[in-house]
Design a protein around this ligand. Structure first.
Ligand code: IMP
Ligand code: MG
Length: 203
C-alpha cells in the first residue's frame, strides 16, 4: 500500500477508449499496476472474512463494473452476482443530487452473505440508500466494498465501507470505470480531472 505520487499520465497514452479529448487536464493518480496489486490484497481480506462460503456480490452500475470484474476474478469462493444501477451525478453535474435507482436487484438476498461493491464512497448517500434497501431483505450479513473512499474530512456523516481499496483526496476521479458525463470510463488508470484539486493518494 503506501502513498501514491504523481506518475504523470502514462495511462493516457493511446488509451483514448473514451473517445474524448483529454486536453491535458487529466492526471493519473493510481496507475493500473497499483490497482491490480491492491485488488489482490482486497481479495485476501475478503477471503479472510468470508472463507470459502458462498458470497452474493451486488455490483453498483455503472461505475463499479471494471473493479467488479477484476475483483470477482481474484476471488475463489463461489460467487453469485447481481447488479443494481444507481444514478448519482446526472449529466455534467459533479455534485450529487441524491441517488436514483435505475435498475433494482433481481436476486433474493434473504439469508445470504451480501457484499455491495461500488466504485467510490463520496457523500455516502448511495451507500446509505442501498444498505437500507438491502437490509430490508434480511440478508445473513451485509457488507460494503469500495475501490475508492474520498477524503471529505471529519464533518461528513456517512457509513464507512468495510473494505476499501484506496483513500483519495476530494477531487473528481475518472477512469477504471468511473465517469464524468459518461466519458473516461475506459481509461485503464485512475485519474483526476482537475490536477489542481488533487493531492497524494494513500491507503
Ligand atoms: P455518493 O452517493 O456521494 O457517495 O456518491 C457515490 C457515487 O457517485 C459513486 O457510486 C459514483 O458513481 C459517483 N461518484 C462520486 N464521486 C465520484 C467521482 O469522483 N468520480 C466519478 N464518480 C463519482
Ligand atoms: Mg456509482
Amino acid at each position: 500500500m503506501g502513498n501514491f505520487s504523481d506518475t504523470g499520465n502514462p495511462g493516457l497514452r493511446g488509451a483514448g477508449s473514451g473517445g474524448s479529448d483529454h486536453n491535458g487536464a487529466i492526471r493519473v493518480i493510481i496507475p493500473r499496476d497499483r490497482i491490480a496489486a491492491r485488488i489482490g490484497e482486497l481479495a485476501g481480506e475478503l477471503t479472510a472474512c468470508y472463507g470459502s462460503g458462498e458470497l452474493t456480490i451486488v455490483g453498483v452500475m455503472t461505475g463499479a463494473f471494471v473493479f467488479l470484474a477484476d475483483l470477482m476474478r481474484s476471488l475463489e469462493m463461489p460467487i453469485r452476482l447481481d447488479i443494481v444501477s444507481v444514478c448519482s451525478y446526472p449529466g455534467e453535474s459533479t455534485e450529487s443530487r441524491g441517488p436514483q435507482l435505475i435498475l433494482p436487484p433481481t436476486a433474493d438476498l434473504t439469508g445470504r452473505d451480501v457484499l455491495v461493491v461500488d466504485d467510490i464512497l463520496d457523500s455516502g448517500r448511495t451507500m446509505t440508500f442501498l444498505l437500507n434497501l438491502f437490509s430490508a431483505a434480511r440478508p445473513e450479513s451485509l457488507r460494503t466494498c469500495v475501490l475508492l473512499r474520498k477524503d471529505l474530512g471529519e464533518s461528513v456523516e456517512r457509513p464507512d465501507a468495510d473494505f476499501v481499496g484506496f483513500d483519495v483526496p476530494d477531487a473528481f476521479v475518472v477512469g477504471y470505470g468511473l465517469d464524468y458525463d459518461d466519458l473516461y470510463r475506459g481509461l485503464p488508470d485512475l485519474c483526476v480531472l482537475d490536477p489542481s484539486g488533487a493531492g497524494e493518494v494513500s491507503q
